[in-house]
Design a binder for this molecule. Sequence first.
Ligand SMILES: NC(=O)c1ccc[n+]([C@@H]2O[C@H](COP(=O)([O-])OP(=O)(O)OC[C@H]3O[C@@H](n4cnc5c(N)ncnc54)[C@H](OP(=O)(O)O)[C@@H]3O)[C@@H](O)[C@H]2O)c1
Length: 312
Amino acid sequence: MRQIGTSDLVVPPLGLGLMRLDPAEAESRRVLAAALERGIVLWDTADLYFYGRSETWIGRVLKALAPEERRRVVVVTKGGNRFTPGEEGWTWTPDPAYIREAARASARRLGVETIDLYLLHGGTLADPIDALVEGLEGLVREGTIRHYGLSSIRPAVVCRALERGRFVAVMSAYGPLDRRPEREILPCVRARGASLIARGVLAKGLLGRDGPQRIAALEAAGAHGYPREALLELYRQLEAIARETGDPEGSVARLAYRFVLAEGAVAVALIGARTVVQFEEAAGVLDLPPLPPEAVARIRNLTRVDDYTVRG
Ligand SMILES: NC(=O)c1ccc[n+]([C@@H]2O[C@H](COP(=O)([O-])OP(=O)(O)OC[C@H]3O[C@@H](n4cnc5c(N)ncnc54)[C@H](OP(=O)(O)O)[C@@H]3O)[C@@H](O)[C@H]2O)c1
């Protein structure tokens, strides 16, 4: 179990991301049931996911749980993007009054009095950060949210927010193919005693079970700064490391999660599975030993650390 920043939220190292789980699909319900079964009880949604329907779905599921099971679930949701259901697109709206209403609406859809962790779903350096923090503190005081954090891949935005408010968590893309947080975001997160919630660990499936097929389908230029052929070679090398470190199936997906979880400032890594098969592959991490430091070092030697192109 891991503590999220300085909060009172103590959770298993894997959480479930709901962005790709369409509430209308039976497979989504099976994934959620499998998560509960596995004790993966941090559920990450957003008002934007399926335009409110993801939160409404989670609200229904929470209501149906037995009280002792309900108490174990930690709900994370996000807001700040104004959208109209049924219309494409959204607009980042860093207005404390808007965010207050958005958080209250999320709590209503989720059917909870208090959202465990509420994240600003974006941000720029042009945002009125002190007013936003004041607004978030107001939401804590009124009991709509217990803790707050932000979801961002802009290092200057993350570091400024952490300096100015009691943000307990930062959600960012982090994995063997995207090590950008190591340069600036992770040092700020550590310095403030916050935690990283890692998303995008599998680089949208490139490091998943069918990674080689997905990589082979890329243009020759590849992805994440690796030409296609180099990515294929890297996948094979990671597979070998997985086998040598106690995973007989050599799952690169599980190795990616173990790599991310070896970073002390990462409290939780989100599983972005869309199917039960994908989910079970990642959840198998819970049955494996932590990745030894030598293996972490080998993966670091094989992979790039890039800078963000947009900082603020
Ligand atoms: N805060 C934000 O701005 C933000 C942004 C993105 C995500 N998130 C959160 O982070 C969660 C995870 O992010 P992500 O969706 O980018 O994660 P990801 O795990 O990198 O990508 C998920 C996709 O990878 C494929 N996949 C997942 N598990 C697999 C497996 N074991 N084998 C093969 N393929 C697999 C699936 O692709 P196919 O669908 O093609 O099968 C799935 O849709 C989201 O659900 C959401 O909760 C937050």
